[in-house]
Design a protein. Structure first.
Length: 487
């Protein structure tokens, strides 16, 4: 009996030990599985971030070729301007006169000789009446002095010799008073004549054909809100000019005599030609003033602005006060046939040129184009083949790759995507002293065939051989003479 109990105890003990070992083994296995899953998750996230995640997030904005060519204005800045009259007439009130009636209002067109306003002449009439009374009094004084002189002269003739000297002295004194009175009479008469003349000028008429720009009210301000000491301002019609503003930092872009092209803000195709007639360096204005340089992105400082004026060759279709854009005339106003694309959109690779274009399926492709003539002033190439006006192309930034998603709405672009982060991480600018890029590296073209400043070519993973490098060194720009016969 005791033996059986001991045997059962050993069996139970062995079974407990085995169960404990099994539990420990299971825990180890479960821990290993959890660790493997965690590592796999980390690896997968890294792979997605470096690989598949990049192509899933990268999007590039593409724009229609027709739009790009239509909006191209070369590399010049545009300046906001307003159409104003070549000549103006500021009318100030005559002395202390008061205005009785105004016959025009702001915006009215007037002709030469039209009545503008009239003075209140009631006070002047009263002054004339008073002056006439004073003149009459002076005249009476003169008559009295003449009578005194005649009487004294007669008495002197009849007086004894020793008394004549006293009469002579009295006569000379009266004669002096007479001369003063005669002078006073002339002065008073001139005063009266002047006041009578002002009665004839009670109504002020226009001396030019034009438009009423301002009319000051009784409080000293003007009906258009400006602060001008003139009572009324007339702008001449028929001869316009454009007033623009320029930041002092961009002053080197303009000069007197420079040809300018003016665009309507409403209709981009409506243009006028003109010449800068003057730059007013004596009238600086702050950034808060009118005519801000709209397309000059550098105009964010507190530096001063100065007005400059453009005389127009022809002002047909213009209106006083019309707001316009002005830019240097580089020939962009002339319509050219075909597709003329800014050179900065074109990328060269060896002796070929291409653009980054939408393949029609929402993906970016590297499309070869054939170049024609080159417009050196505007920095444009004529595209002979490979591109249509309805195609969509992207700006050739570093890091572009075929197959990246192309979008036509810029708001869809995620600038935190790896493609754009790579741009931010690349801080070393391209210089002429830099090492030659690989043959497969791409470079945005400039007018001289050199990379655009500040854009660094991104080499591919292929290694450049000495033979390829020599071929690259021998590379020549596209020969424009080959297409010189093309219209």
């Amino acid at each position: 009996m005791i033996f059986v109990l001991i045997l059962n105890y050993d069996m139970i003990k062995n079974q407990s030990i085995q169960e404990a070992r099994m539990d420990k083994k299971k825990k180890i296995i479960i821990g290993v599985v959890i660790a493997v899953v965690a590592v796999a998750a980390v690896v997968l996230s890294i792979v997605l971030a470096k690989g598949g995640g990049k192509k899933a997030k990268d999007k590039v904005y593409v724009e229609k070729v027709k739009t790009i060519c239509g909006n191209d204005a070369g590399t010049t800045n545009r300046f906001s301007g307003v159409v104003e009259a070549q000549d103006s007439w500021k009318i100030k009130l005559d002395g202390d006169k008061k205005v009785k009636e105004v016959f025009v209002k702001v915006g009215d067109e007037v002709k030469e000789g039209d009545q503008l306003f009239s003075y209140d002449m009631d006070e002047t009439k009263s002054q004339i009446e008073q002056a006439n009374l004073e003149l009459e009094s002076i005249t009476n004084e003169i008559n009295d002095y003449n009578s005194q002189i005649a009487t004294l002269s007669a008495e002197r003739d009849a007086a004894p010799e020793e008394a004549k000297f006293d009469y002579t002295t009295q006569i000379q004194s009266v004669q002096n008073d007479l001369k003063q009175s005669e002078y006073n009479r002339k002065s008073k008469q001139l005063e009266i004549d002047k006041m009578k003349q002002s009665l004839g000028d009670a109504v002020v008429t226009s001396k030019m054909a034009g438009v009423v720009k301002t009319v000051n009210n009784s409080n000293g301000g003007s009906d258009d809100g400006s602060s001008d000491d003139a009572f009324m301002t007339i702008l001449a019609t028929g001869s316009y000019r454009v007033k623009c503003m320029i930041n002092e930092q961009n002053m080197s872009e303009i000069s007197e005599g420079k040809q300018m092209l003016i665009h309507s803000r409403v209709d981009e195709d409506q243009t006028w030609n003109g010449t800068i007639s003057g730059i007013d360096m004596e009238s600086p204005q702050s950034n808060g003033d009118q005519y801000t340089d709209s397309s000059d992105s550098s105009d964010t400082t507190t530096s001063s602005k100065y007005p400059f004026y453009i005389n127009l060759e022809n002002s047909d279709g213009m209106m006083l006060g019309q707001h316009v854009f002005a830019e240097a005339d580089l020939g962009q106003g002339q319509k050219k046939k075909g597709i003329w694309l800014m050179e900065s959109y074109i990328v060269k690779e060896k002796k070929e040129a291409y653009v980054w274009a939408d393949n029609g399926k929402g993906k970016l492709e590297k499309r070869k184009v054939e170049l024609g003539k080159y417009d050196e002033e505007l920095g444009e190439y004529k595209i002979k083949s490979g591109l249509k006006k309805d195609d969509y192309i992207a700006w050739p930034m570093d890091g572009l790759y075929e197959g990246v998603e192309a979008v036509k709405n810029e708001s869809e672009v995620d600038y935190d995507a790896p493609l754009y982060k790579d741009q931010q991480d690349s801080t070393e600018p391209y210089t002429e002293d830099s090492a030659e890029p690989a043959d497969d590296a791409v470079e945005p073209m400039s007018g001289t065939g050199q990379p655009v400043d500040g854009v660094e070519a991104e080499p591919t993973e292929e290694t450049t051989t000495e033979e390829d490098g020599a071929a690259q060194d021998a590379e020549q720009p596209v020969d424009e003479n080959e297409t010189s016969g093309e219209e």
